[in-house]
Design a protein around this ligand. Sequence first.
Ligand SMILES: Cc1cc2nc3c(=O)[nH]c(=O)nc-3n(C[C@H](O)[C@H](O)[C@H](O)COP(=O)(O)OP(=O)(O)OC[C@H]3O[C@@H](n4cnc5c(N)ncnc54)[C@H](O)[C@@H]3O)c2cc1C
Length: 411
Amino acid sequence: MPQTDVLIVGAGLAGLCCAKRLHAAGVSFLVVEAASRPGGRVRTHSTGGFLLDRGFQVLLTSYPEVQSQLDLDALDPRPFRAGVLVFADGEFYRFSDPWREPLGSLSTAIAPLGSPGDKWRMARLRAELTHATIDGIFLKPELPLRTALASRGFSEAIIRRFFQPLFGGILLDPFLDASSRMFEFMFRMLALGRAVLPAHGMQAIPDQLAAALPQDRLRMETRVERLDGTLAVLASGETIEARAVVVAADGWNASQLLGEPAALAGRPVTCLYFAAAEPPVDLPILVLNGAGRGLINHLCVPSNVAPTYAPRGMALVSVSLLGRPALDRNTLIEEVKRELREWFAGAGSWLPLGVFRISNALPVVKPLRKNAGDWRIRPGVFACGDYRATPCIQGAMESGRLAAEAVLNSG
Ligand SMILES: Cc1cc2nc3c(=O)[nH]c(=O)nc-3n(C[C@H](O)[C@H](O)[C@H](O)COP(=O)(O)OP(=O)(O)OC[C@H]3O[C@@H](n4cnc5c(N)ncnc54)[C@H](O)[C@@H]3O)c2cc1C
């Protein structure tokens, strides 16, 4: 029966950041992970020279934990152009940069996206949120996002054509039912930093964290079946005894290991990748569906952001749908391509590279607090993960570090 000081269950960002903090404190640990690679929900598949992130995702450079825990330069981050393109009424409209130039972003030429009053409301929102503290945002009253936007006076047009596809896409919530606190936090992060892709895919983030740990302290393809106090019983039947256990599994697996009620809801997303001979847009920018109908929520050309995402002379197109349409793979691809042809004449020739249907991409955390603070579940047993904090990369990383500190403080 191998022994270790701290057993960490799960090598997602939370588990890896927990291990990083314990390692820095000189505490011995072992990370056990069910999958074959670290990263959890942050994974990249490589196929035929294309890099396919497991669902479209971006890193925000303004996340405090990214700044303190990652070597951002070593990730070779490639920035998206701020602002978005919106497809509405059969045309593309440029919404230049609502985070840096809120007053310039809605020109009269793109009036279908909102009203002049929306300009001022956007500028006010930006000023308010860039001056707010993160703690302050999470202490504000929590409203469904749609209600919060309407009560700020935003027009129905800008909600439907901009906020719904953009923040619906970030929060994976087509109905804008998500927390106004999470919206304000994300808006602030977008205003203060850049959205980037690591040149070698999102997987480079967990890979960097894992590479800084002693490699014999990471065991892949090792599922914990159940916990008996601080004794972990593995699927193989092997047992591992530890002074403390940190459950860094996703909320659904964690509830089973911790014996907590499994009431956590999840937000699904579907992502399709296509190879194209030419990029359908020239810019490294997000393209939103502002039409208010159709399967597609947003798309982008990751190879415009980081050319390393596609072989030379090819373009990679990523298309995201909110939810999991009940269509078989071929029908789904055909339906999405039919819709894409309304956006881009050449889309008919794009070759499908992959379809990712992710049921529990983000946990639905209500009420949303900055972090739950209850890292210690019972004597010797701790837990972390995005579902115990803010459901994003920042929340996962922060929760891992704080759970490690709770272990260190437990003596
Ligand atoms: C498609 C998609 C897009 C996203 N986009 C963004 C984005 O743009 N920006 C952003 O900030 N966030 C985004 N997120 C959210 C972000 O990726 C997650 O919040 C974060 O990665 C969660 O990390 P975690 O460590 O808490 O959980 P996980 O990543 O789920 O890690 C948990 C780990 O525990 C392992 N595990 C579970 N049970 C066991 C067991 N019994 N034994 C051993 N191991 C076990 C799992 O295999 C997994 O590796 C996105 C998520 C998805 C899925």
